[in-house]
Design a protein around this ligand. Sequence first.
Ligand SMILES: [Zn+2]
Length: 312
Amino acid sequence: MAIRDGNGWTACGHGHRHWGRYGAAGLLAYAPCQPGAAPPGQAGTVAPICVLLQRRSWWGNHGGTWGPPGGARDSHESAVAAALREAEEECGLPADAVSVLGILRDDHEGWSYQTVIAAAPRALPVHALSSETSKAAWVAAEDVTALDLHPGFAARWPVLREALQPLTVIVDVANVMGSRPDGWWRDRAGAARRLRGELAGLAAEGVAALPESVPAPVLERWFPEFVLVVEGAARSIAAHHAAGSRDRDASGSPGGRLRLVAAAGSGDDTIAALAGDLEGRRLVVTADRRLRERCVAAGASVTGPSWLLGQL
Ligand SMILES: [Zn+2]
Protein backbone atom coordinates (compact mmCIF):
# COMPACT_ATOMS: atom_id res chain seq x y z
CA MET A 1 0.00 0.00 0.00
CA ALA A 2 1.34 3.36 -1.01
CA ILE A 3 0.17 6.86 -1.68
CA ARG A 4 -1.17 7.17 -5.25
CA ASP A 5 -0.74 3.44 -5.91
CA GLY A 6 -4.04 3.54 -7.80
CA ASN A 7 -2.60 5.60 -10.63
CA GLY A 8 -2.39 3.48 -13.75
CA TRP A 9 -4.46 2.02 -16.55
CA THR A 10 -6.44 -1.17 -16.26
CA ALA A 11 -9.04 -3.12 -18.24
CA CYS A 12 -12.58 -4.00 -17.16
CA GLY A 13 -14.63 -7.08 -17.97
CA HIS A 14 -16.43 -5.09 -20.68
CA GLY A 15 -13.18 -4.64 -22.58
CA HIS A 16 -12.70 -0.92 -21.83
CA ARG A 17 -9.52 0.72 -20.68
CA HIS A 18 -9.93 2.70 -17.45
CA TRP A 19 -7.75 4.97 -15.36
CA GLY A 20 -7.47 3.67 -11.78
CA ARG A 21 -6.02 0.25 -10.97
CA TYR A 22 -8.36 -0.18 -7.97
CA GLY A 23 -11.30 1.61 -9.50
CA ALA A 24 -12.10 5.30 -9.53
CA ALA A 25 -14.36 7.68 -7.66
CA GLY A 26 -15.78 11.15 -8.18
CA LEU A 27 -17.59 13.69 -6.05
CA LEU A 28 -20.90 15.14 -7.18
CA ALA A 29 -21.41 18.05 -4.79
CA TYR A 30 -24.51 20.21 -4.92
CA ALA A 31 -25.54 23.44 -3.24
CA PRO A 32 -28.28 26.07 -3.47
CA CYS A 33 -27.42 28.27 -6.47
CA GLN A 34 -27.62 31.50 -4.47
CA PRO A 35 -26.76 31.98 -0.83
CA GLY A 36 -29.93 31.90 1.19
CA ALA A 37 -31.96 30.50 -1.70
CA ALA A 38 -33.14 27.49 0.29
CA PRO A 39 -34.67 28.56 3.59
CA PRO A 40 -34.57 25.33 5.61
CA GLY A 41 -37.88 23.86 6.61
CA GLN A 42 -40.08 25.83 4.22
CA ALA A 43 -42.30 23.14 2.82
CA GLY A 44 -42.98 23.47 -0.88
CA THR A 45 -39.96 25.67 -1.56
CA VAL A 46 -37.88 24.27 -4.40
CA ALA A 47 -34.72 26.32 -4.64
CA PRO A 48 -32.61 25.94 -7.78
CA ILE A 49 -29.55 23.83 -7.12
CA CYS A 50 -26.11 23.85 -8.68
CA VAL A 51 -23.57 21.05 -9.02
CA LEU A 52 -19.80 21.33 -8.98
CA LEU A 53 -18.33 20.24 -12.32
CA GLN A 54 -14.91 20.48 -13.86
CA ARG A 55 -13.81 20.55 -17.48
CA ARG A 56 -11.01 18.14 -18.23
CA SER A 57 -7.89 19.39 -19.91
CA TRP A 58 -7.70 18.66 -23.63
CA TRP A 59 -4.80 16.24 -23.36
CA GLY A 60 -6.53 13.91 -20.89
CA ASN A 61 -8.98 11.04 -21.30
CA HIS A 62 -12.18 12.51 -22.86
CA GLY A 63 -10.41 15.86 -22.93
CA GLY A 64 -12.57 18.96 -22.93
CA THR A 65 -15.64 17.27 -21.43
CA TRP A 66 -17.38 18.22 -18.19
CA GLY A 67 -17.96 15.94 -15.23
CA PRO A 68 -17.57 15.77 -11.47
CA PRO A 69 -14.03 15.97 -10.10
CA GLY A 70 -12.63 12.49 -9.56
CA GLY A 71 -9.87 10.05 -10.25
CA ALA A 72 -8.12 6.85 -9.29
CA ARG A 73 -8.81 5.30 -5.91
CA ASP A 74 -5.76 4.12 -3.97
CA SER A 75 -5.69 0.53 -2.67
CA HIS A 76 -6.25 1.61 0.94
CA GLU A 77 -8.83 4.31 0.19
CA SER A 78 -12.61 4.18 0.46
CA ALA A 79 -14.61 5.64 -2.41
CA VAL A 80 -15.67 8.49 -0.13
CA ALA A 81 -12.07 9.30 0.85
CA ALA A 82 -10.90 9.21 -2.76
CA ALA A 83 -13.77 11.38 -4.02
CA LEU A 84 -13.29 14.00 -1.29
CA ARG A 85 -9.52 14.06 -1.91
CA GLU A 86 -9.93 14.49 -5.66
CA ALA A 87 -12.46 17.32 -5.27
CA GLU A 88 -10.09 19.14 -2.94
CA GLU A 89 -7.02 18.56 -5.15
CA GLU A 90 -8.70 19.43 -8.44
CA CYS A 91 -11.22 22.12 -7.48
CA GLY A 92 -10.30 23.31 -3.98
CA LEU A 93 -13.55 22.16 -2.39
CA PRO A 94 -12.77 21.59 1.32
CA ALA A 95 -13.59 17.98 2.22
CA ASP A 96 -14.92 18.92 5.65
CA ALA A 97 -17.40 21.42 4.18
CA VAL A 98 -19.70 18.80 2.65
CA SER A 99 -22.06 16.14 3.97
CA VAL A 100 -21.91 12.81 2.16
CA LEU A 101 -25.41 11.63 1.23
CA GLY A 102 -24.84 8.52 -0.85
CA ILE A 103 -22.80 6.52 -3.35
CA LEU A 104 -23.84 5.47 -6.86
CA ARG A 105 -21.79 2.58 -8.21
CA ASP A 106 -21.17 1.79 -11.86
CA ASP A 107 -19.95 -1.76 -12.00
CA HIS A 108 -17.90 -2.81 -15.02
CA GLU A 109 -16.98 -6.39 -13.92
CA GLY A 110 -13.66 -6.14 -12.17
CA TRP A 111 -13.63 -2.35 -12.22
CA SER A 112 -16.00 0.25 -10.86
CA TYR A 113 -16.62 3.97 -10.80
CA GLN A 114 -18.30 5.26 -7.65
CA THR A 115 -19.94 8.66 -7.62
CA VAL A 116 -20.14 10.08 -4.11
CA ILE A 117 -23.10 12.45 -3.72
CA ALA A 118 -22.59 15.27 -1.24
CA ALA A 119 -24.35 18.43 -0.11
CA ALA A 120 -22.46 21.69 0.36
CA PRO A 121 -24.00 24.48 2.44
CA ARG A 122 -23.44 26.96 -0.41
CA ALA A 123 -21.59 27.28 -3.70
CA LEU A 124 -18.14 27.68 -2.12
CA PRO A 125 -15.35 29.29 -4.16
CA VAL A 126 -13.72 26.73 -6.48
CA HIS A 127 -10.73 26.88 -8.83
CA ALA A 128 -9.07 24.65 -11.40
CA LEU A 129 -6.09 23.52 -9.35
CA SER A 130 -4.59 20.53 -11.16
CA SER A 131 -3.17 20.18 -14.65
CA GLU A 132 -5.97 17.71 -15.44
CA THR A 133 -8.59 20.39 -14.87
CA SER A 134 -9.03 23.40 -17.14
CA LYS A 135 -12.08 24.86 -15.38
CA ALA A 136 -14.14 24.33 -12.22
CA ALA A 137 -17.61 25.80 -11.80
CA TRP A 138 -20.97 25.45 -10.09
CA VAL A 139 -23.47 24.73 -12.84
CA ALA A 140 -27.24 25.04 -12.43
CA ALA A 141 -28.76 21.55 -12.52
CA GLU A 142 -31.07 22.47 -15.41
CA ASP A 143 -28.10 23.62 -17.50
CA VAL A 144 -26.00 20.47 -17.05
CA THR A 145 -27.20 18.66 -20.19
CA ALA A 146 -26.34 21.72 -22.32
CA LEU A 147 -22.64 21.07 -21.63
CA ASP A 148 -20.38 18.67 -23.50
CA LEU A 149 -20.45 15.97 -20.80
CA HIS A 150 -18.11 13.09 -20.12
CA PRO A 151 -20.04 10.07 -21.54
CA GLY A 152 -19.95 8.09 -18.29
CA PHE A 153 -21.36 11.05 -16.35
CA ALA A 154 -23.94 11.85 -19.05
CA ALA A 155 -25.30 8.29 -18.84
CA ARG A 156 -25.79 8.51 -15.07
CA TRP A 157 -26.89 12.14 -14.74
CA PRO A 158 -30.66 11.39 -14.76
CA VAL A 159 -30.27 9.06 -11.74
CA LEU A 160 -27.81 11.36 -9.98
CA ARG A 161 -30.13 14.32 -10.48
CA GLU A 162 -32.86 12.43 -8.60
CA ALA A 163 -30.47 11.68 -5.75
CA LEU A 164 -29.59 15.33 -5.04
CA GLN A 165 -31.82 15.60 -1.99
CA PRO A 166 -31.02 14.77 1.62
CA LEU A 167 -32.72 11.83 3.31
CA THR A 168 -33.68 11.94 6.97
CA VAL A 169 -34.76 8.85 8.90
CA ILE A 170 -36.99 9.86 11.84
CA VAL A 171 -37.05 7.12 14.46
CA ASP A 172 -39.93 6.65 16.91
CA VAL A 173 -37.55 5.35 19.59
CA ALA A 174 -40.23 4.11 22.02
CA ASN A 175 -42.01 2.22 19.26
CA VAL A 176 -38.84 0.65 17.83
CA MET A 177 -37.65 -0.34 21.32
CA GLY A 178 -41.05 -1.85 22.05
CA SER A 179 -40.86 -4.06 18.99
CA ARG A 180 -37.72 -5.82 20.26
CA PRO A 181 -38.20 -7.97 23.39
CA ASP A 182 -34.71 -7.46 24.81
CA GLY A 183 -35.68 -6.43 28.35
CA TRP A 184 -36.06 -2.72 27.50
CA TRP A 185 -38.91 -2.40 30.03
CA ARG A 186 -36.44 -2.87 32.89
CA ASP A 187 -34.24 0.07 31.83
CA ARG A 188 -35.74 2.36 29.21
CA ALA A 189 -32.90 4.87 29.22
CA GLY A 190 -30.33 2.06 28.88
CA ALA A 191 -32.26 0.49 25.99
CA ALA A 192 -32.55 3.87 24.26
CA ARG A 193 -28.80 4.38 24.67
CA ARG A 194 -28.13 0.95 23.12
CA LEU A 195 -30.35 1.73 20.17
CA ARG A 196 -28.66 5.12 19.72
CA GLY A 197 -25.24 3.39 19.64
CA GLU A 198 -26.41 0.90 17.02
CA LEU A 199 -27.94 3.64 14.88
CA ALA A 200 -24.77 5.75 15.12
CA GLY A 201 -22.94 2.77 13.61
CA LEU A 202 -25.54 2.46 10.88
CA ALA A 203 -25.35 6.20 10.14
CA ALA A 204 -21.59 5.89 9.64
CA GLU A 205 -21.81 2.73 7.54
CA GLY A 206 -24.79 3.79 5.47
CA VAL A 207 -27.90 1.94 4.38
CA ALA A 208 -27.77 -0.42 1.42
CA ALA A 209 -31.48 -0.67 0.62
CA LEU A 210 -34.29 1.75 1.42
CA PRO A 211 -37.86 0.56 1.92
CA GLU A 212 -39.90 0.57 -1.27
CA SER A 213 -42.11 3.28 0.18
CA VAL A 214 -39.31 5.86 -0.24
CA PRO A 215 -39.39 7.53 -3.68
CA ALA A 216 -35.63 7.58 -4.20
CA PRO A 217 -33.23 6.15 -6.76
CA VAL A 218 -31.37 2.94 -5.97
CA LEU A 219 -27.85 3.69 -4.75
CA GLU A 220 -25.07 1.43 -3.54
CA ARG A 221 -25.42 3.22 -0.21
CA TRP A 222 -27.43 6.05 1.31
CA PHE A 223 -26.07 8.03 4.24
CA PRO A 224 -29.22 9.47 5.82
CA GLU A 225 -29.28 11.66 8.86
CA PHE A 226 -30.94 9.81 11.74
CA VAL A 227 -33.22 11.82 14.01
CA LEU A 228 -34.13 9.89 17.16
CA VAL A 229 -37.22 11.17 18.92
CA VAL A 230 -37.23 10.21 22.58
CA GLU A 231 -39.88 10.76 25.20
CA GLY A 232 -40.56 9.90 28.82
CA ALA A 233 -37.79 8.09 30.75
CA ALA A 234 -35.63 7.81 27.63
CA ARG A 235 -35.39 11.61 27.34
CA SER A 236 -32.46 11.66 29.78
CA ILE A 237 -30.10 10.30 27.09
CA ALA A 238 -30.59 13.47 25.05
CA ALA A 239 -28.83 15.51 27.71
CA HIS A 240 -25.68 13.40 27.32
CA HIS A 241 -25.52 13.65 23.58
CA ALA A 242 -24.01 16.55 21.66
CA ALA A 243 -26.79 17.43 19.23
CA GLY A 244 -25.91 17.23 15.57
CA SER A 245 -22.41 15.90 16.21
CA ARG A 246 -20.62 14.82 13.09
CA ASP A 247 -17.23 13.23 12.94
CA ARG A 248 -15.10 12.16 10.05
CA ASP A 249 -12.19 9.90 10.82
CA ALA A 250 -8.86 9.82 9.01
CA SER A 251 -9.96 7.01 6.69
CA GLY A 252 -12.49 9.38 5.16
CA SER A 253 -15.54 7.66 6.56
CA PRO A 254 -18.42 10.07 6.04
CA GLY A 255 -19.18 9.90 9.74
CA GLY A 256 -22.62 9.29 11.08
CA ARG A 257 -25.09 12.13 11.19
CA LEU A 258 -27.37 11.43 14.11
CA ARG A 259 -29.21 13.70 16.50
CA LEU A 260 -31.60 13.27 19.36
CA VAL A 261 -34.79 15.21 19.81
CA ALA A 262 -36.40 15.08 23.25
CA ALA A 263 -40.15 15.45 22.84
CA ALA A 264 -41.45 18.13 25.20
CA GLY A 265 -44.95 16.67 25.15
CA SER A 266 -46.24 13.87 22.99
CA GLY A 267 -43.59 12.05 20.96
CA ASP A 268 -46.17 11.55 18.21
CA ASP A 269 -46.72 15.30 17.82
CA THR A 270 -42.96 15.90 17.60
CA ILE A 271 -42.52 13.14 15.00
CA ALA A 272 -45.44 14.35 12.88
CA ALA A 273 -44.07 17.92 12.99
CA LEU A 274 -40.60 16.77 11.90
CA ALA A 275 -42.17 14.66 9.14
CA GLY A 276 -43.73 17.82 7.74
CA ASP A 277 -40.96 20.35 8.37
CA LEU A 278 -37.61 18.75 7.49
CA GLU A 279 -36.05 19.42 4.12
CA GLY A 280 -35.73 16.68 1.50
CA ARG A 281 -36.97 13.10 1.80
CA ARG A 282 -38.24 11.98 5.20
CA LEU A 283 -38.73 8.39 6.28
CA VAL A 284 -40.50 7.76 9.58
CA VAL A 285 -39.90 4.46 11.35
CA THR A 286 -42.88 3.45 13.47
CA ALA A 287 -45.53 0.74 13.63
CA ASP A 288 -48.10 3.10 15.14
CA ARG A 289 -50.89 3.20 12.59
CA ARG A 290 -52.35 6.57 13.58
CA LEU A 291 -48.90 8.19 13.57
CA ARG A 292 -48.10 6.64 10.20
CA GLU A 293 -51.24 8.24 8.74
CA ARG A 294 -50.24 11.64 10.12
CA CYS A 295 -46.72 11.35 8.68
CA VAL A 296 -47.93 10.29 5.24
CA ALA A 297 -50.34 13.24 5.27
CA ALA A 298 -47.35 15.47 6.07
CA GLY A 299 -45.53 14.21 2.96
CA ALA A 300 -43.19 11.65 4.56
CA SER A 301 -42.68 7.98 3.78
CA VAL A 302 -43.18 5.40 6.52
CA THR A 303 -41.84 1.98 7.37
CA GLY A 304 -41.98 -0.41 10.31
CA PRO A 305 -39.34 -1.14 12.98
CA SER A 306 -38.47 -4.47 11.33
CA TRP A 307 -36.90 -2.64 8.38
CA LEU A 308 -34.66 -0.61 10.67
CA LEU A 309 -33.73 -3.52 12.95
CA GLY A 310 -32.96 -5.58 9.85
CA GLN A 311 -30.26 -3.04 8.91
CA LEU A 312 -28.39 -3.45 12.22
ZN1 LIG B 1 -15.50 -0.53 -18.36
